[in-house]
Design a protein around this ligand. Structure first.
Ligand code: ACM
Length: 559
């Protein structure tokens, strides 16, 4: 998040305020804002434990409802309905190729279908008909698939396991919402007939979770991963360090986690991932075909590290831990050599735990680092990332330095961000820097939906469901070549969010729209059709126990 710092005060963290008897709210005072029109939100008030207007109790909605072949989010690239539907029965088998990966996808599908259908659904390499998951050469790319549905079965064909996995998500959504329940439902389990051919528009379809401002347990991260998988996201960006907490164990600098991770916004106990925890997140994400992109934010947003090791500070004095929500007051000490020992150790250890190609080095809101130091720092640090085999990703301020060859800049400005800042990013894009688009007033999932939303921030404005969906990543940044756009990402900052319930309230219903922007061809977008498909997801979320916000813009089915 956020804005220009001035003045800096460390006393303005959240505190508890008794609103009325027995009702506590956590209140943060934000002292700086990017946009004056947002001064109305100087105080942000978060209901803690108050009723979020989440979904109504589950109904039997959807158990007999049939989805048309194209009623899927993200919208498939091509849909050709027709022919007989397929009905899953107690005799259905899930037939897979004899490979570990295909069996893995088959097992995942069986795990989704068995509890609600009550069928055995053996995963097997033998037999005819049923649900067939087939790996074959074809025009599918790394993530695309083809789905054929007819009387005798459903076949999903892909060149790679990720394509099979995404095809399985489509199949899931073609089944009634009740298929997501964890107890036996009546069915029937019918898939419309026809053919879907589907490949993604972009290779980067990301979601970011800020585990620093508030810490989220491994189980909570896994729950979000499962939700991301349903919409074909393929990157989970973890914001692992910030002023308020360092969340991953680093053997060579152990106090980063044990001390730097010991609190969070509001002064709670915080926490950190052991290396085993992180590996488990990476493994679980991988089983859902998501790459974990770890972020260590530098040179700013580093108070937790600076508090843990006095020697990282230019004056040799460790600041106290910080539990407020301001930004821009901390900086690693650019002139000190030990800074680069630290960076090398941290990047080496995290790169070694991370099978994915990318490592995010932050670089945003370095308001306490001079421009000259910022450029020097990035010139030294980016080669360290390359040395350990990773591609640099940074927030778009990285384009104010010299992005390394092949680097990716993540744009988090607003529609109204100044032309000069946008042009700096566009110029880098023309020069070969890739772009991931996360415009804050479009896809920051922590922005309030409207003035009434009990959670979230509003420094980038209110972001309603339509606003988060109704824009084109391919044409967003003037002067940036469309080919530079690698995709989109929906960040979820956690100043006001403390648990899965909070995550879900902010992510749903906006998250699927970002998935559609990232996956579906531009021609498939359109609010009027999208809002109908989105509404049909409501019963699915209820079946999954996802507490979503019943946004008034969406024509939800009657409860
Ligand atoms: C950011 O929101 N500071 C990337």
């Amino acid at each position: 998040m956020r804005g220009i710092v001035s003045p800096v005060s460390r006393e303005s963290g959240p505190y508890l305020l008794e609103l009325q008897e027995g009702t506590f709210v956590r209140q943060h005072r934000k002292l700086h804002h990017r946009a004056p029109r947002l001064l109305a939100s100087l105080l942000l008030v978060t209901a803690v434990g108050a009723s979020l207007t989440a979904a109504a109790p589950a109904t039997a909605a959807g158990s007999g409802t049939r989805a048309a072949l194209g009623d899927v989010i993200p919208a498939p690239a091509s849909v050709d309905p027709g022919g007989s539907p397929y009905r899953i029965t107690e005799r259905t088998r899930i037939r897979v190729d004899d490979s570990r990966e295909a069996r893995g996808v088959g097992g995942y599908l069986a795990d989704v279908l068995r509890p609600s259908t009550g069928y055995r659904l053996p995963v097997t390499t033998h037999g005819d008909g049923g649900i067939r998951l087939r790996l074959a050469k074809g025009p599918y790319g790394d993530e695309g698939y083809r789905l054929d549905s007819g009387r005798s079965g459903v076949t999903i064909t892909a060149a790679r396991p990720a394509g099979l996995f995404h095809g399985v998500q489509t199949l899931r959504q073609l089944l009634p919402a009740a298929v997501e329940r964890d107890s036996v439902q009546p069915g029937p389990w019918v898939v419309a007939g026809g053919t879907i051919k589907d490949t993604p528009r972009y290779g980067w379809r990301g979601a970011m979770l800020d585990v620093s401002r508030h810490f989220f347990r491994v189980e909570e991260v896994k729950r979000y991963i499962d939700q991301l998988a349903l919409y074909k996201f393929n990157k989970l960006h973890l914001h692992l360090s910030d002023d308020q907490g360092w969340r991953i164990a680093v053997d060579s600098w152990p106090r980063l986690a044990t001390y730097g991770g010991s609190t969070e916004v509001g002064g709670g106990p915080g926490g950190y991932y052991t290396k085993a925890d992180y590996k488990e997140i990476v493994r679980y994400a991988g089983s859902r075909h998501l790459e974990v992109v770890p972020e260590i934010d530098m040179p700013g947003h580093t108070n937790a590290a600076l508090a843990s090791y006095a020697e990282l500070n230019c004056d040799g004095v460790a600041p106290p831990l910080y539990t407020g929500t301001q930004v821009g007051f901390s900086s690693l000490c650019v002139p000190k050599e030990i800074t680069y020992d630290f960076v090398d150790d941290v990047v080496r250890e995290i790169a070694a735990l991370t099978p994915g190609r990318h490592l995010h080095i932050g670089g945003d809101e370095a308001h306490s680092t001079s421009h000259e130091d910022y450029v020097k720092f990035m010139d030294r640090v980016q080669p360290v990332v390359a040395k350990y085999g990773k591609t640099v990703v940074g927030w778009h301020q990285l384009t104010g330095a010299t992005p390394a060859k092949g680097a990716i800049a993540q744009y988090w400005g607003l529609d109204g961000t100044g032309a000069a800042e946008k042009e700096q990013v566009a110029a880098a894009a023309r020069n070969g820097t890739g772009l991931v688009l996360s415009p804050a007033d479009r896809v920051y999932l922590d922005m309030k939906y409207d003035a009434q939303t009990p959670l979230g921030l509003s420094w980038a404005g209110y972001v309603d469901v339509r606003r988060s969906y109704d824009w084109d990543p391919g044409a967003y940044l003037p002067g940036a070549p469309a080919s530079a756009v690698k995709g989109v990402e929906a960040p979820l900052w956690s100043e006001t969010l403390e648990n899965s319930r909070h995550i879900e309230y902010m992510a749903f219903p906006r998250l699927p729209g970002v998935a559609e922007l990232g996956w579906s061809p531009r021609a498939a977008h359109g609010w009027d059709g999208y809002k109908q498909r989105l509404a049909a997801q409501g019963p699915r979320w209820e079946a999954l126990g996802i507490g979503y916000y019943r946004a008034p813009q969406v024509p939800w089915p009657a409860e």
